[in-house]
Structure formats: structure tokens, C-alpha cells
Ligand binder design. Structure first.
Ligand SMILES: [Fe+2]
Length: 361
């Protein structure tokens, strides 16, 4: 795909701070006659940006041809003030982030957050193969982007959701889990020796670990008071239900299976449903991020960690340590301002608790 505009002209260095230079691929993704945002051209003779198209108007066939020619010359831009519109547009065609070299890392993180949250919601609302296929395509764009440079997870972790919903929790666990994986397997990630297939399946497991909850009635999920025995039984069945869904989606990979089946197990045997002490690497990783992500979001029955930490900044560290790791206590650096990054630091501090065998994942 011919994606990147090739500038043949002298474009001022500072221009990219205010404008995105768009490629032919991006232009081709817009409505041909009615692009979704204002378009600017760089006028060489006066060395300045000038409006070419204003939202609400309609391009003529002649202007469309002119635009196509200028974009190949690297002369067409959109304003970074239109960032929200641009993010929304690209999020519907996520593979464009892989070809648009003018997007900044933080802008790509915004696009992934918006796109994957929407895709997860679509799938969780309707967990059938035809919807799953679209989610899978977008997940593979994410893994391609991160597999090339695992440090890109930093921008994603900073965008984790603060409000709870099933899709927000899935996205949070996916982002944080892959970031933590990058810390635990740093050398292999940097050396490029982590198998893409393994990375893909781990990502799928982290994003989909709670899909069994879609079969639990909404009023039970949103309940503000303690669950009855019958309701608790239904909730606790979500790992088994998720496993059945995974089978129907032909997703029976070890990494996905562990994330779904083991994310509520605990190393001290106090988890559910199996109460086993035997957990695989992916299962432990998912259990850690599931617990942490449950703490940082506000739910119908409780505030998120950002508020809770003002009363008990040590809570997250204690819980993760007690249930998932067997290590020397490490003082949590938890603070109220940036709980996601704090949790990331905490998890990083625990990496030695993964044995070499597990690290060989
Ligand atoms: Fe769960």
C-alpha cells in the first residue's frame, strides 16, 4: 500500500506541531466529497498554510483530483485542533495507525483506546462469531503495533478507564496486562524473540477473560448491595461460561484458556472456581491485572482506587502481593494521582516472583 506522502517541497519544521500531514491512505478513508474535517494546503509561494476545504461544504470532482495530486506531493494537512474528529475517524479504520507516520504516540494511544473500547462493547453486547471477527482484526492491529515496540504500552496504560463497565475493564486489563508482560519479558521483547502468535493469544486472553460475565444479568452486575447466594453462584460461574464461549469461538489456545479459567484463582488456594494453587503464567498475569483494574475503577457499590487511596494508599499493593505473589513485601508507591502507572510500577517490582520457567513463557 502506498501510504506515506512523499514531500517534494520545503515544509517548515514547526508545521507538524499544529497540523497533521495526511497520506493518500488517510485521504482515501475520508468521504470523497464531504471529508469529516477541515483540510488545509501548504502554499509554497507564500510559505504558509491555507484552507482548502471547510467541513459542511462539498468538493467538486475537480477539487478531488487536485487534492489527490497535492496529497502525493505532501502538501495536504489537517489541524491538530481537529484531533477528536481525527481520532474518531481513524478508530473506525484502525489499521491506518500502522501506515500513518505523522501520528504521535499519544495520538495513537487515544485512537486505540477509543477503537478497542467500542469494539469490546459491540462484542460483549453481542458475543457471536461475526462480531468477534471484527474485534479480532482490531486486536491484531494492536499486537502488531506493540510487538514492534513493547514500550508503546506506556501511552496505553495512561489512558486506562476510571469508570467501570465490562468493556472498560476488558480494555484496562488488556493494556495493563501487555504492559506488565513487557516488563516481565523485557529482554525478549526488546530482542524481538517473543513469538507474535504467543503475544496475540495472550492479548486475546487479557481482553476476553471476563466475557462469561455477559451471561450474568445486568441487575446482578450492577447491584449496590451484597449478592444473594444464588446471585453469587451465577457470578462465580462466569469463568466456566467464558470457557464455553471460548470453545464456540474456536479460541482454544492455552493463553486464552488460562486467562479465562484462572483469573479468579489465587496462589494460596483461596480463589475460585477450582481453588487450585496451580496457575499458569498467563493465568497469573491475568489475575494480577484483573484484581488491580477492578480496584482502580468506580463501580455501583464503591469508589475507584483514586479515591480509596487517599484513605489507604497501601491497599492495592497488599492485595496483589497477598493473592498473586509470594515475595518480600515491597512498599507500594501508590498515590492518588496516577494509579495506573503506580500499579504498573508495583507489578514491575514483583517481576522476580515469576520463576525462570514461567519467564520462559
Ligand atoms: Fe472475572
Amino acid at each position: 500500500m502506498n501510504s506515506k506522502a512523499k514531500p517534494k517541497h520545503d515544509i517548515p519544521d514547526g508545521l507538524n506541531e499544529e497540523y497533521y500531514q495526511i497520506s493518500a491512505d488517510i485521504l482515501g478513508s475520508f468521504n470523497k466529497y464531504r471529508p469529516p474535517l477541515n483540510i488545509f494546503e501548504f502554499k509554497e509561494d507564500v510559505c504558509r498554510i491555507a484552507p482548502f476545504y471547510k467541513v459542511g461544504g462539498r468538493l467538486s470532482n475537480g477539487q478531488i483530483e487536485e487534492l489527490a495530486s497535492m496529497v502525493n506531493e505532501g502538501l495536504i494537512f489537517v489541524s491538530r485542533d481537529d484531533h477528536p474528529v481525527y481520532v474518531k475517524h481513524i478508530s473506525y479504520q484502525l489499521d491506518l495507525v500502522l501506515v500513518d507516520k505523522n501520528l504521535k504516540e499519544r495520538e495513537i494511544a487515544d485512537i486505540f483506546t477509543q477503537a478497542l473500547t467500542r469494539r469490546m462493547k459491540e462484542f460483549l453486547d453481542q458475543p457471536v462469531p461475526v462480531v468477534f471477527e471484527k474485534l479480532w482484526v482490531d486486536l491484531m492491529v494492536l499486537t502488531e503495533y506493540l510487538h514492534a515496540d513493547i514500550h508503546r504500552t506506556r501511552g496505553l496504560v495512561r489512558r486506562m478507564h476510571k469508570e467501570h463497565s465490562l468493556e472498560n475493564h476488558s480494555v484496562n486489563c488488556g493494556f495493563l496486562g501487555l504492559a506488565l508482560f513487557g516488563r516481565l519479558q523485557r529482554k525478549d521483547c526488546e530482542a524481538g524473540t517473543v513469538k507474535r502468535q504467543t503475544f496475540d493469544r495472550l492479548a486475546a486472553g487479557l481482553f476476553l477473560h471476563d466475557m462469561g460475565m455477559t451471561k450474568v444479568a445486568q441487575f446482578i452486575r450492577d447491584k449496590k448491595v451484597p449478592l444473594t447466594g444464588d446471585e453469587r453462584t451465577k457470578v462465580n460461574a462466569h469463568t466456566r461460561v467464558g470457557y464455553d464461549m471460548m470453545t464456540k469461538l474456536n479460541l482454544k489456545y492455552p493463553e486464552v484458556e488460562e486467562c479465562i479459567s484462572q483469573h479468579h484463582e489465587r496462589l494460596n488456594g483461596s480463589g475460585y472456581p477450582l481453588k487450585t494453587r496451580e496457575m499458569g503464567f498467563a493465568g497469573r498475569l491475568c489475575a494480577v491485572v484483573d484484581s488491580f483494574c477492578a480496584m482502580i475503577t468506580s463501580r455501583p457499590y464503591g469508589e475507584g482506587l483514586a479515591h480509596a487511596q487517599r484513605r489507604s494508599g497501601y491497599r492495592a499493593g497488599q492485595t496483589l502481593r497477598s493473592y498473586h505473589f509470594q515475595s518480600t513485601p515491597v512498599a507500594s508507591r501508590a498515590g492518588p494521582q496516577n494509579e495506573a502507572v503506580t500499579g504498573f510500577r508495583h507489578c514491575r517490582n514483583q517481576r522476580n516472583t515469576f520463576s525462570k520457567k514461567e519467564a520462559a513463557f
